[in-house]
Write a protein that binds this ligand. Structure first.
Ligand code: NAP
Ligand code: G4F
Length: 323
């Protein structure tokens, strides 16, 4: 039975990936941070019939290199999926130092712990389309990076650390350069979930307006469940390499609002208010990925359309709020 270790297992992607790997017969271990209240809601799907969680959770933090080394030695994984990060772009402008440490140096710490342990695990780095920043679309593996936020800068560092460990030490270390992917488990302060949650709250009568920033930004939005399958395929490839995962289709935040509100018969223009608080000091205007390489070499294609994604998220939020 192969053994996988996931950092960031309590996050959106970590929960879908753990589910996928358990279904594939892996022994799955996840790293969680200690917090004053338990933050495991996304892992509820993984509870067995008797309530037992079928994955092993270990306390750890990207700020604790020795702890990471001890964990890798104790678990002895065949594959490491490094997903943990301060992952919010807007927030990264408010806490740039922390974001650089966790999202940038954190990757180096996992790579160095892996190297020092002598463990031969394959390593996956959760790289991001935010690294492309202002590079014109469509973006692929050859597109030069031009990050526009502390988060994007930190991810560029982590990307190159992964390439560097591959080239320096012959490690099987790969980057998945993932475009935006969403789901009902998406954090509530990312724009898709903020919108779908607001639609449900407005229907429930507990919210009257939705305050947003830049409605003109274009994003290539896919479903997180499809993307964790891509992560797994990246580590099953015969050699370490870097891959873009994207849908190849872009939509504006305004279109996102139109689809979400019209799904329940509402006109978004009556509810959406522009709020300067949500504009960023520098914006990424247009992300549109070209996933041809992943399609050709990994046989990976996304299965969920933009409309399906948004309406599923609205329906899930309605069900949760009883709206
Ligand atoms: P997410 O929901 O924000 O999850 C982030 C995870 O990292 C959480 O489990 C979080 O733990 C953990 N974490 C944060 N700081 C940590 C620390 N100091 N030590 C240990 N764990 C820490 O993010 P996601 O959407 O699943 O994304 C997964 C990864 O893919 C991230 O690296 C993200 O930057 C990257 N990515 C995401 C997308 C996307 O569209 N979703 C696209 C490209 C790349 P808590 O639960 O305790 O907060
Ligand atoms: O949903 P967002 O916060 O996602 P963003 O910034 O694209 O980052 C996400 O995708 C990256 C991949 O490209 C990941 F690496 C990263 O970890 C994260 O998962 O914002 C999307 C767009 C932006 O242009 C933002 O300015 O929506 C715009 N927006 C407009 N109003 C808003 C809002 N974003 C947020 N979060 N909240 C708003 O009120």
């Amino acid at each position: 039975m192969p053994i996988a270790l996931i950092t960031g297992v309590s996050g959106q992607d970590g929960s879908y990936l753990a589910q996928l790997l358990l279904a594939k017969g892996y022994e799955v271990h996840g790293i969680v941070r200690r917090s004053s209240v338990l933050n495991r809601s996304r892992l509820e799907q993984l509870h067995g019939a008797n309530g037992a969680v079928s994955l092993a959770l270990h306390y750890g933090d990207l700020d604790d290199p020795l702890g990471l080394l001890r964990l890798i030695e104790a678990v002895g994984p065949d594959e490491i999926y490094h997903l943990a990060a301060q992952s919010h772009v807007g927030v990264s402008f408010e806490i740039p130092d922390y974001t650089s440490s966790v999202t940038g140096l954190g990757t180096l710490r996992v790579l160095e712990a892996l190297r020092l342990s002598g463990c031969q695990a394959r390593f996956y780095q959760a790289s991001s389309s935010e690294m492309f920043g202002s590079a014109p679309p469509p973006q692929n593996e050859q597109t030069p990076f031009h990050p526009r936020s502390p988060y994007g800068v930190a991810k560029v560092f982590a990307y190159w650390a992964t390439v560097n460990y591959r080239e320096s030490y012959g490690m099987f270390a790969s980057n998945g350069i993932l475009f935006n992917h969403e789901s009902p488990r998406r954090g509530e302060n990312f724009v898709t979930r903020k919108v779908t949650r607001a639609v449900a709250s407005i229907l429930a009568g507990t919210q009257r307006e939705l305050h947003l920033g830049n409605l003109d930004a274009m994003r290539d939005w896919g479903f997180a469940g499809d993307y964790v399958e891509g992560m797994w395929r990246i580590l099953q490839h015969d050699q370490p390499d870097d891959f873009v995962l994207a849908t190849g289709e872009a939509h504006s935040v305004r279109e996102l609002c139109e689809v979400a509100f019209s799904h329940v018969g509402l006109d978004h223009e009556k509810y959406v208010a522009i709020d300067p608080r949500y504009f960023r000091p520098a914006e990424v205007d247009f992300l549109l990925g070209d996933p041809a390489k992943a399609n050709r070499l990994l046989g990976w294609t996304p299965s969920t359309t933009f409309r399906q994604l948004v309406t599923t998220m609205v329906d899930a939020d309605r069900a949760e709020l009883g709206a």
